[in-house]
Design a protein. Structure first.
Lengths: 327, 300
């Protein structure tokens, strides 16, 4: 602790007076309290990994490597979670593919197009997407959106019959309003604010002098964005997209209501499926024994995936921010 | 030819603007697409809010806000969501009491004590990472750590929500502490104040507005969370104001339950609860904006 205090730039060198040698008890206690609060974050993350893994241990030992198999059968006590992992990946990817162009569009609109006094209201409105609770998106999704969108899915599917690639994704017999695609769509609404705000932060660091230079050479606004803003912010936007992906993977309740609750692996996006958080949320109440351990194990896997994605994403964002400051 | 002759006759009226070209069309097109992106984003928001208000407003009344939760088969005009509202208020308040002081202290560590040291950098980085940990993981965590040993209670839910809020409060408070000018701290040091005293009486008060606003946003986020509560608070149908003993319930949990019910009455109560929850979340968000605005004026 004392080394950290000595290294503090806030205390000028001159203050190392005799008084500084014997710091009052309250002062030291406060420093220790602050340190403890700071360390709490690390402690919680480590504890999450330990306690949940412990509870999931019976699943790992009962199933071995077949925890990653596509064999989910509660009646037969078989708990392979591949279908859930597949659903998590597919819904998160759908969410990102839909959300990213929209988010980058809004971020560019805010930073490069509209005057600042219009920008703030736009930010507020986009942030409202994040203030609407997950469960409210889910309620709307299952009671209003899914029944409505089912007809659209059916007509798309029948229109695409026989077309090779498209019917693989958007065809199939088992069309449902509650499906991978509905879940991905609703997740895309939910991650748009965070992807927008992070992209906007990165894009806003583009040096004004570079932008003026592009305009001086006769570039249109779009050419300036392509030539100056995009190369500058590419890295940071990739980080923002990864963070959005992590959010979409972990978003639970909305997905639990609209994904269709059927652990199947299929290329048909309009078919009902399952993903990891939704599986945990929907099945936990009825579970016990190895079944419950498998759900906790799914939580451990989800924790590891999201932590890894977040570490990579934050690393990318920080590196690009450092580069932007250095440039 | 006629155009040319006209131009020669009145040279000052020559149109100097660049003629329409693919480059300019493309620029227009892209600008339109950016506006379209914004429109695409607000359409679902509009639909959700319109539906929640339309379906929720017809259910909400004073008795809806206070009555206990009836069996699902009963029609919409019977019973209400009183226990869920009480639970949400109690659990969120308790989570705030736990998470906000710890979060502010953590931010004080990162910004005032840790400085550029490796530990402070790790704590800051891991707080960022922790904001991305799915809320359902916090629920599972408190389930294994707390609920397994001490049964369902509001406190368990509050602990899970506090885990969710902690990194948000740390990061927002830390951003605010960073903005406090060093000259303020040095002025206080020059008067002989100890570091704890400087932090408590000078640094924190000057960042107070931003810290409060960040905490309110964290509360808004936590109040709407369902996943951390699923495995930690259980379910009840009558009001339980005591978060420390026996099971509890909350608005998000009830909405989640009612959304999958086939009965019209249960679904209608779900919409009523959704409107109540959205209003609560919006109140906290607007409060945060007001505090920010007031703080910004004070700073100037």
């Amino acid at each position: 602790m004392s080394t950290a205090v000595e290294a503090d730039p806030a205390i000028p060198a001159g203050s190392a007076s005799p008084l500084g040698q014997r710091r009052p008890l309250g002062d030291r206690a406060f420093a220790i309290l602050a340190l403890a609060a700071g360390l709490l974050v690390l402690v919680i993350l480590v504890l999450i990994a330990i306690t949940t893994s412990q509870q999931a241990a019976s699943w790992f030992s009962a199933e071995g490597l077949s925890i990653f198999s596509n064999n989910w059968n509660q009646a037969a006590n078989q708990f392979g979670v591949l279908a859930f992992m597949y659903g998590t990946a597919i819904t998160a990817v759908i969410a990102v593919i839909i959300s990213v162009p929209v988010s980058i569009g809004i971020a560019l609109l805010l930073t490069e197009v509209v005057p600042r006094r219009w920008g703030q209201p736009i930010v507020y409105v986009v942030d409202l997407l994040a203030v609407v609770p997950s469960v409210v998106w889910g309620l709307w999704g299952i009671l209003v959106f899914a029944p409505w969108v089912q007809h659209i899915y059916s007509s798309i599917a029948s229109g695409l019959t026989g077309i090779p690639v498209l019917s693989t994704f958007f065809g199939g017999q088992n069309i449902s309003g509650a499906s991978f695609f509905t879940a991905g769509l609703i997740l895309s609404f939910m991650i748009t604010p965070i992807v927008t705000s992070l992209s906007r932060e990165v894009i806003a660091t583009t040096p004004s002098i570079d932008k003026q230079g592009a305009y001086a050479l006769g570039a249109t606004r779009w050419e300036m964005i392509r030539g100056v803003v995009w190369p500058h912010s590419q890295g940071g936007v990739v980080g923002a997209v990864l963070l959005g992906l992590g959010r979409a993977m972990g978003e639970t309740i909305a997905a639990a209501l609209v994904i269709g609750s059927s652990p199947t692996i299929t290329s048909h996006l309009f078919a009902p499926g399952y993903d990891m958080p939704a599986g945990i949320a929907n099945l936990f109440g009825e579970s016990s024994g190895v079944f419950r351990a498998s759900l906790l194990g799914m939580g451990v896997l989800l924790f590891v995936f999201t932590i890894v994605i977040n570490i990579i994403a934050r690393g990318v964002v920080e590196r690009s921010a450092r580069r932007a400051r250095g440039a | 030819m006629a155009v040319l002759a006209e131009a020669q006759a009145e040279p000052q009226k020559v149109d100097l603007r660049e003629p329409p070209s693919w480059r300019r069309t493309k620029n227009r097109l892209m600008t339109v697409l950016m506006v379209l992106a914004f429109v695409i984003a607000i359409v679902p928001l509009g639909f959700v809010l319109a539906t929640v208000i339309a379906k929720g407003a017809s259910v909400i009344s004073w008795s809806f806000l206070t009555s206990s939760i009836p069996p699902n088969v009963l029609p919409a005009n019977v019973g209400g969501m009183g226990p869920a509202i009480a639970g949400t208020l109690v659990i969120t308040a308790l989570a705030t009491v736990i998470a906000v002081p710890l979060g502010i202290l953590g931010a004080v560590y990162i910004n005032e004590y840790g400085g550029k040291g490796i530990l402070a950098r790790v704590v800051r980085f891991m707080s960022d990472v922790m904001t991305g940990v799915p809320s359902i993981i916090m629920g599972l965590f408190i389930f294994t750590l707390w609920t397994l040993h001490f049964q369902y209670s509001g406190l368990g839910g509050a602990l899970a929500l506090a885990c969710l809020m902690l990194p948000i409060v740390i990061r927002s408070s830390e951003e605010m502490l960073k903005l406090v000018p060093d000259s303020l701290r040095q002025g206080a040091y020059a008067l002989g104040a100890s570091k704890a005293r400087v932090t408590m009486t000078v640094t924190l008060p000057s960042a107070l507005g931003g810290i409060v606003s960040g905490a309110l946003l964290a509360v808004a986020r936590a109040a709407g969370e369902t996943a951390p509560l699923l495995f930690t608070i259980g379910i009840v149908t009558s009001v339980n104001w005591n978060p420390f003993s026996s099971a509890n319930t909350s608005l998000p949990s009830q909405i989640f339950l009612n959304a999958t019910q086939p009965y019209d009455g249960a679904q209608a109560r779900g919409w009523g609860a959704a409107l109540t929850l959205v209003v609560i979340a919006f109140i906290f968000m607007i409060a945060a904006r007001l505090v920010t605005a007031r703080f910004a004026r004070y700073q100037r």
